[in-house]
Each structure stands twice: as C-alpha cells, then as structure tokens.
Design a binder for this molecule. Sequence first.
Ligand code: CAA
Length: 258
Amino acid sequence: MSESLVLIETHGRVGVLTLNRPKALNALNNDVVAEIAAAARQFEADPDISVIVLTGNEKAFAAGADIGAMKDWGFSDVYNNDYLGGDWQYLRQIRKPMIAAVAGYALGGGCELAMLCDMIIAAENARFGQPEIKLGIIPGYGGTQRLPRAIGKAKAMDLILTARMINATEADAMGLVSRVVPTEKLMEETMDVAQTIASMSLPSVMMAKESINRAYESSLAEGLMFERRNFHGLFATEDQKEGMSAFVEKRQPDFKHK
Ligand code: CAA
C-alpha cells in the first residue's frame, strides 16, 4: 500500500496535517491537495477540533505545484479541468483557523498555500518566493492577489516579476509572517499558538476569522458593519456568558464552544 501523502494527527483540539512527499520537496499535485482537503473537511466537521495546523518538513513546506505533472498540459487540459479549482479552492472556505508552520522552501503554490492559511509561523530557515515567472507562467493559486494584500504592491511586484526568494527575516519585516522561531522549535511554538487559540470559544474564533477576512474583501463601511453584527451575535452564545462571568468571578472560563 502506498504511503499517505498527508499525515494526520490530533493533539487535543488541534488537528495537524503534515505534507508527506519529501522526495519531491512536497510538490503539490492533485492527489496531495485532495488528501489535504479531505482531512480538512473532517476537521472542519469535527466539533472537538478548533484549529488546523498545516506543515511540511525541515527542508520544505512545499516547493510549489508539481512541475512534472503540469509540463505537458495545454490550455484545454487546465481550463476544462479547472486546474487549481475544486479541492484547491475548498481550503479557502474553511471556517476554523488554519496555521501554516513553514520550514524550508515555501515556493510558488507552496507559498500560496501558506498565504491561504490565516497565520504563517516561519522557522528561521524558511524561504518564500513566487518563482512561476521562470517557468513561463504566473502564480495561479492566489499569489498575485494575496501577496500584494500581505506585503504591498511594490514588494509583490519585486518578488513575482523577478522570482526572488526571501528569507524568514525579510518575510517578517514585510508582514508576510506572524512570527519567526528557531527552526528546531517550529512545531513546539506553533502548537503553543494553536493550543492557545483552541482554548478560546470556537464561535468567537470563527467570527473573528471571518470578520478579519472581510477587511480584505469589502469596503471599510461594509466590514465595520459585518464586524458589529458578528459582535452582537456573540452575545447569543453560552460562551459569552461564561467568559464574562469567569472574568468577574476571577476564574478561568470553561468554554463549551456554543
Ligand atoms: N514540482 C515537482 N518536483 C519538484 C518541485 C516542483 N515544484 N520542486 C522540487 N521538486 C523535486 C525535484 O525535481 C527533485 O526531484 P528529483 O530528486 O527526482 O530530481 C527533488 O524535488 C529535489 O529538488 P532539487 O534537487 O531541485 O533540490 P534543490 O535543493 O537543489 O533545490 C529548489 C530546491 C530551489 C526548491 C528547487 O527544487 C526548485 O527550484 N523547485 C521548483 C520551485 C518552483 O518553481 N515552484 C513553482 C512551481 S509552479 C506553481 O507553483 C504554480 C502555481 O502558482 C500553483
């Protein structure tokens, strides 16, 4: 039996997906993405999971879409099959927070997969880039849209047009990543962050995620209204009563995620 392309673990309320195609630097083909999407669907539906962590290995988070697989495709192959649609796009609909724990290369579709997550925690050895232009194509999994939103137009133009790779320090200075941590501590630090988020009330966490995402997809006025409605809505949850009572009673909250 062939080994899974994605390894699945749970740690308390955190689901961890580890890309497992090390010989190809975790290059993303349709099978890899189908396995990520299938596991993410399970975590999304599981009331005992609050946070999803996506990671690779020390050499590569993912070195991009699988170039060998794409090499001989023509327009009708990619268009008719809606390449980079389907499972690839499902991941952006996930409502629970997703954290990318990135060590080594996050290039092309690998950088785009990390950017699709809600936070990127980078190891000191992480390398980010959108080198598609060297292959005679452009980023196709969100790079031309998410990168300028993350780091601004000037820097995004630089990276996408020159194919330049940046290290974790530069990525941090540009605002692409949330934190940089020692490479050997990547999973420990990421799990600390994930467990902290998982200890919060899940409805609050999901509403915070969807409200922040509105900041990218709507006008300020519309985003502010959306945020306020979500804020109002949380007063209908048991966890709001518990969270505020716990504060007043000087104790830790016992969230039920309802
Ligand atoms: N697709 C398929 N295979 C890949 C791959 C990719 N994106 N990246 C690396 N590999 C494979 C290599 O072919 C090699 O396989 P073999 O051992 O069978 O020859 C193996 O992984 C190890 O790679 P290297 O020998 O090249 O390792 P290196 O340490 O010398 O270099 C690297 C590492 C700089 C990341 C180099 O592998 C590289 O440049 N990879 C391609 C990066 C890239 O162009 N990514 C964008 C892809 S297009 C895309 O992603 C489109 C999109 O927007 C969705």
